[in-house]
Design a protein around this ligand. Sequence first.
Ligand code: XMP
Length: 518
Amino acid sequence: MDQHRQHDRILILDYGSQYTQLIARRIREERVYCEIHPPTHGLDWIREWNPNGIVLSGGPSSVYGTDGPTADPELLRMGIPILGICYGMQLVAHLEGAEVEQGRREYGRAELTIVEPDELFDGFDPAEPTTVWCSHGDHVDAPPPGYRMLASTPTLPVAAFRAEDREVYGVQFHPEVAHTPRGEEVLSNFLFKICRCTPTWTAGAFIDETVAQIREQVGDRATVCGLSGGVDSSVAATLVYRAIGEQLTCIFVDNGVLRKGEREAVERTFRKHMGMRLIVVDARAEFLRALEGVTDPEAKRVAVGNTFIRVFERVAEEEGTDAGFLVQGTLYPDVIESLAVRGPSATIKTHHNVGGLPEEMHFALVEPLRELFKDEVRQVGRELGLPEEFVGRHPFPGPGLAIRVLGEVTEERLHVLREADAIYLEEIRAAGLYDDIWQAFAVLLPVRSVGVMGDARTYEDVVALRAVTSRDGMTADWYHFPHEVLARISTRIINEVAGVNRVTYDISSKPPATIEWE
Ligand code: XMP
């Protein structure tokens, strides 16, 4: 709870909306620190957390449902500004004695008219309706006693309200989504005009505080860092190196589920650009043994996660480092998606560096990026002076190709995937598209298909190609490749990779799909 105390901070209580993460993103883009927490914390906890303002997120429940998450009515009287969004607004209305109308679903755009000027809508012209985006089943027809209506839409008599004597607000629309074009202004008004926050949350401030905090946490103990060569672990390692210098040893494990040429490339760039001690371990056989016969995606993550820790422990012991700490590049979305911090929402995937750790291990964790989103990590990396070839790299998951060879992971299937994936990325780079794409990779499907090659029937593997655009991996759209690039990639893979006779391109967005197939 102590880190980043000196910044003004917003507490987001998560009632299970798919947009809660977006609220956090938008607030941080305004350079205000915020965290997402479940709505089950008591008032004492909230007082101790000391927010400058609280956002109550949307959510799938109804305030009249038996298991709908709620709030202590006193929350609205703590003297802390509150903004309820969608379900959050209905909850405020319900706690304050208003009726919440049920069952008229409304999705999509609406025209919002400001009916009473207020700081929340500062800069908006009552004579000019503005487009907002709604997604709700319930709504409020009349404000609770002691509240005033601020805005309406043609179908919503009360699209926004506020308490007359306190800074407690509700909006029925979603200011956090891109489809509400002036949503940023509404959030910014809440942050700066109502909560009176100062925008101090910057990459530079983050680096200074985190370096100091790591020094305090680690003391003079030796520390190891599991380096993957990706952005997150490189930035995490650099931060820790800055904090404790030679106490840090980086370990790069070849776990047998890396991409073609990756081990060599990471070793080369790391030795060239970073000053820290690096040990490269070949643990391919050990990982493949742990993955033998495993087909379930979550079980693969656990197998890889556990083996990582065992390898680290062994290497640290062999090196006589007596390391007390292990650095990991865990990000905020990993934490949230894995642990279902959001009380009512579901665990999507246990990303290996959070969910797949063994119950008992010899290390305490140092996770300096635990509060950051991916694009914030890139900003920090640039601020730390890391070369663009690190900072701009596509993300690569910890369990690596193990979750891209669907079904059982074998040496032979890994080989097929590696070759196809290498051609794919080579062609993307050659076409100058690498930086337009957030992440691109090949997947080896667990099916075979019939083909014909040189007059003969073939019955071989199918490779799916995935490429997405995204800001932070939380939502993603499939990348619209020029057709000639796809054609070239497909021809090359089928001609050059033995055992593959068909290539498909994945055109699913996230949600409802995820970026990885497993
Ligand atoms: P999904 O598939 O959940 O992926 O849409 C979002 C981002 O996370 C990466 N990913 C992982 N990273 N361990 C990781 O370190 C994991 O188990 C894992 N699963 C997915 C994925 O590559 C994408 O960038």
